[in-house]
Design a protein around this ligand. Structure first.
Ligand SMILES: *Cc1c(COP(=O)(O)O)cnc(C)c1O
Length: 363
């Protein structure tokens, strides 16, 4: 006698997190390398002392701090257990069995998981040859069952950006009853002046567009990945709908306190992103000089479209204790770490003992 679970669970591949083991350099999960600032550590310790109490289910202090920083009302903000938690809430609030959720592919690994967990149908639209969102194809994929569209900007794992004008045109073409989620997990790493095209500020685009919601997170530039807190900004009605499907107390008191303290130390934290931006340029230039194809990136990672060689590259990295994120048959995502970690990665990737990708390019 086995327990009856949903038959459709057999179609869900579990999320595969980045690997890590002691002594290895972890460039697999787009984390920041520095720990929390002293002021944030203090807030964490203080909140931990009150862990016998349930957290504020409305995350009022965080939402008020975000409202003040972003210039939007707190009623237009909600928090989640990471922005991935909000991705699931978005699907649950808009889509049920038979409903379709469109996103680009390859994109964030969690999208297919949350769509299928909610029982909805994923519609994956291939990226262009330049590893960018194919907005025309995404528009063409809309049917009367479409309820939600994710735009990952910059795109994980390719680092490419949908430019402001193209995105505005796209949003104007999407029927107003379909929700569009602009996933801006890497917003803080975008440098329009370097990318050529200006990446948009989703919050400005959501202004006056009630079917647009913006996702951001404290996990990446703010360095709180282990505490699990992200947020969404959107129309009050959407935010209210998200709150209905919200798992009660999903955002811990420690995470809320750390987020408020991090917002107070905003400038110091965001200054760290400049170092990552400088390093991503250095690493990309070195890889290109070494013969790799590396698309321009606006995030804290690089994409190596190694195709059939991706898995072998990842495995060779494991042996060399350089952990990247290979997607078999497609490419490898490499997080930008500290300069010395990046040097170790470059030594590995450019090492004479590893001419796999060159063989693939010549062959
Ligand atoms: C990392 C990431 C997130 C957010 O992760 P959380 O830790 O759940 O906030 C969301 N979207 C993308 C594309 C990401 O890469």
């Amino acid at each position: 006698m086995t327990v009856r679970t949903r038959p459709d669970l057999s179609r869900i591949a579990p999320y595969v997190p980045g690997r890590s083991f002691p002594g290895a350099i972890k460039l697999a999960s787009n984390e920041t390398t520095a720990g929390p600032l002293p002021s944030v550590m203090e807030a964490i310790a203080e909140a931990a002392a009150g862990a016998n109490r349930y957290p504020d289910n409305g995350s009022v202090a965080v939402r008020d701090a975000l409202a003040a920083k972003l210039g939007v009302s707190a009623e237009r903000i909600t928090t989640g257990c990471g922005s991935v938690g909000i991705c699931l809430e978005l699907v649950q609030a808009t889509s049920g069995p038979g409903d379709e959720v469109i996103y680009a592919w390859r994109s964030f690994e969690a999208y297919p998981v949350v769509v299928k967990v909610a029982g909805a149908t994923p519609v994956e639209v291939p990226l262009t040859a330049d590893y960018e969102h194919d907005l025309d194809a995404m528009l063409a994929a809309i049917t009367d069952r479409t309820r939600l569209i994710f735009i990952c900007n910059p795109n994980n794992p390719t680092g490419t950006v949908v430019a402001a004008e193209a995105l505005a045109r796209f949003l104007d073409a999407v029927p107003p009853h379909i929700l569009v989620a602009l996933d801006e997990a890497y917003y803080e790493y975008v440098r329009p002046e370097e990318g050529g095209e200006a990446a948009p500020d989703g919050i400005a685009l959501a202004e006056g567009r009630p079917n647009v919601v913006v996702l951001r997170t404290f996990s990446k530039a703010y360095g709180l990945a282990g505490l699990r807190i992200g947020y969404a900004i959107g129309d009050e009605e959407i935010i209210a709908a998200l709150f209905k499907v919200h798992l009660p107390f999903a955002v811990t008191s420690v995470a809320q306190a750390a987020a408020v303290a991090s917002l107070a130390a905003d400038e110091e934290l965001l200054a760290r992103t400049d170092g990552v931006v400088a390093e991503r340029t250095r690493v990309r230039d070195a890889l290109i000089a070494g013969g790799y194809d590396v698309p321009p990136t606006s995030a804290n990672f690089l994409w190596l479209p190694l195709g059939d060689q991706a898995a072998a590259f990842g495995e060779a990295g494991v042996a060399a204790k350089v952990l990247t994120r290979p997607f078999a048959g497609d490419g490898v995502r490499v997080t930008i770490g500290d300069p010395d970690e990046n040097d170790t990665f470059l030594a590995f990737a450019l090492g004479a003992g590893l001419p796999i990708w060159k063989a693939s390019q010549q062959g």
